[in-house]
Design a binder for this molecule. Sequence first.
Ligand SMILES: [Zn+2]
Length: 239
Amino acid sequence: MPNFAKEQIDILIKLQEIEIENDIIKLKINDVSIKIDALDNELKTFKETIDEEESRIKDWQQKYRSYEADAKINLAKAQKSQEKLKSVKTNKEYQSSLKEIEELKALNSKLEDDMLECLERMDMAEADIAKKKEEYLILTDKVKNEKDNIIQESEQGRKKISQLETTWNTISEKLDPGLIKQFNVVKKIVNGTALAAVIDTVCQGCNMNIPPQMYNELQRFESLKFCPHCQRIIYWEKS
Ligand SMILES: [Zn+2]
């Protein structure tokens, strides 16, 4: 007659292996949403830099129009002063009008420089945006491919989990119902694996020594034993 405790331990070992594998896959699946968020963010940030640059172009356009309007006003003023020159009566008035015209010309010359600078900056920004838009298309494509891969992997992971769960259910049927309850209780208490090997008298769950008497009994697999320190279900494993 096969050793009942040994048989049960073997089943528990298998169950625990399945659970560990399951947890690893679940972690990976959890990572999927984080990875997808990161990819979406990368894309969003890139798009924002394009938007920012486009809004800067709009600012320069506005500045340009305002410089242009100022220049028109100055020009009209200068023309008026030019007209006035014809009808001035004193030399003082003549000098004053001339001075005004010179000042307006200087203002407009400065405005023309500013307008040129605006145009140059707009050209540069537009070239940069065109380049960035191309890069954005490439990035969009890359992100889409990566997302597809990630989603596919997580689907495979889900399938694997459902297979593992089926296997777990089948195997656990051979287990004593009381033991499975204990297994689950211990899992909750230790917040981790419920089953631990004892190698050279040391419980691998908590790294503490098992009393010699218990260690001897453990090697005979006569009954199920619990670690007196961490409460895990323990079994003897050859070192
Ligand atoms: Zn222990």
